[in-house]
Design a protein around this ligand. Structure first.
Ligand code: FA5
Length: 359
């Protein structure tokens, strides 16, 4: 083929290539159309191998013509690749526009909750029905609120009852939820009804029923003429509602400097049915609900006149209550993140208050 015929043929190949590239709807189709032109056995590819058949003085001109044709084909390929990609993007966008927000969504699987949280929700619901508010206080507490304002002065032997984690900043990790008693009295005055679920910390030897980090729920009711009868009625109601039946309890005198008189309310161990096991230290009883009538000195610390008001307080062992409710023999599983101990949502009574102010 002479050089003039070659030029004609290259022009025809370009026209044909343009038509086939135009009809390609996908990048794959375009790729295969391109290989039919520039591939080894494609229309242009075959001509590329013919340079050597020309006379040496013609080869420069032939080479230039072939390269120009090759570049023109590549430009067409780029142009059509862009066309196809833009069409794809437009199609995606129109699909997004067709998204129907009224379609029902996919329901995510329900999570489970920690047994202490489950029982805390239940206790909160019970007390809210009785007109109590749910309060919170700081876990990092001062000596004043944790001890002093609770009628436990420095050097008082009762401080030994609660081994304390002292912090370098002079504060401590609260050993009980009782400090919120005085905080609540200061904030709300009398009459007052509140509970305070929360974490407590004690530097003590861990066993089946003792942890160094555990939950209590403080309860406080102050009004005119509040008596031990009110205290006992509320304690009984609380336990009956949590366990959905009467549970065997015993009330015995207990000493806490912030109540007078003070009581220890123990419940018959539900793990062994009262026979004695490691959880109840073979006694058949578990200390769960110490309580008493608020000491006049504590009312005074809270700014409440003890001649006008009386009150009861209790310090429910929430972690132990959860153990009894859900049949957990060893308190140590509570802080270990053991998923076998979480409570299925079907056994819950439902959350009530989640966010609350601090006293
Ligand atoms: C107190 O902490 C008092 N503040 C309770 C109180 C409040 C009495 C108001 C009177 C009026 P006690 O140290 O006994 O009391 O703890 C209360 C409950 O917390 C115990 O009955 C027990 O159920 C639980 N508890 C105490 N120490 C631990 C521990 N190390 N691990 C798990 N639970 C504990």
């Amino acid at each position: 083929m002479n050089v003039a015929d070659l030029r004609d043929q290259l022009a025809a190949i370009q026209t044909e290539a343009e038509a086939s590239f135009k009809s390609a709807k996908t990048v794959d189709e375009l790729r295969s159309a391109r290989s039919q032109v520039v591939g080894k056995s494609g229309s242009l590819g075959k001509l590329m191998g013919t340079i050597k058949d020309y006379a040496p003085q013609e080869r420069g001109e032939v080479g230039k013509a072939l390269n120009a044709a090759n570049q023109a084909i590549q430009q067409l390929v780029d142009q059509h690749t862009q066309r196809i990609e833009q069409a794809d993007l437009a199609a995606d966008a129109s699909q997004t526009a067709a998204f129907d927000p009224t379609l029902p969504g996919k329901r995510p699987p329900l999570g489970s909750v920690h047994p202490v949280t489950a029982v805390q929700w239940q206790v909160e619901a019970i007390f809210e029905r009785l007109g109590f508010t749910v309060e919170a206080g700081p876990e990092m507490e001062s000596d004043y609120y944790n001890f002093e304002a609770l009628n436990i002065p420095a050097m008082h032997p009762a401080r030994d009852m609660q081994d304390t984690f002292w912090l370098k900043n002079g504060l401590l990790l609260r050993t009980h939820t009782s400090p919120v008693q005085v905080r609540a009295m200061e904030k709300f005055g009398a009459p007052l009804r509140c509970i305070v679920p929360g974490r407590c910390f004690r530097y003590e030897t861990i066993d089946a029923s003792h942890e160094n980090t555990f939950h209590q729920c403080e309860g406080l009711m102050i009004d005119r003429n509040v008596s031990i009868a009110n205290l006992i009625a509320v304690m009984r109601l609380l336990l009956r509602e949590v366990f959905e039946r009467d549970v065997k309890v015993r009330l015995r005198p207990g000493y806490f400097p912030f109540v007078e008189p003070g009581f220890e309310l123990d419940m018959s161990c539900l793990i062994c049915g009262g026979d004695g096991c490691a959880t109840c230290k073979k006694s058949g009883w578990l200390e769960i609900l110490p309580c008493g009538m608020v000491h006049p000195n504590v009312l005074k610390f809270g700014g409440i006149d003890p001649h006008e008001y009386t009150g009861f307080a209790f310090g429910l062992g929430l972690t132990r209550l959860a153990m009894m409710k859900y049949g957990i023999r060893d308190i140590r599983v509570m802080n270990q993140g053991d998923l076998r101990s979480i409570v299925h949502p079907s056994r819950l009574n439902g959350p009530t208050v989640v966010e609350r102010d601090r006293c």
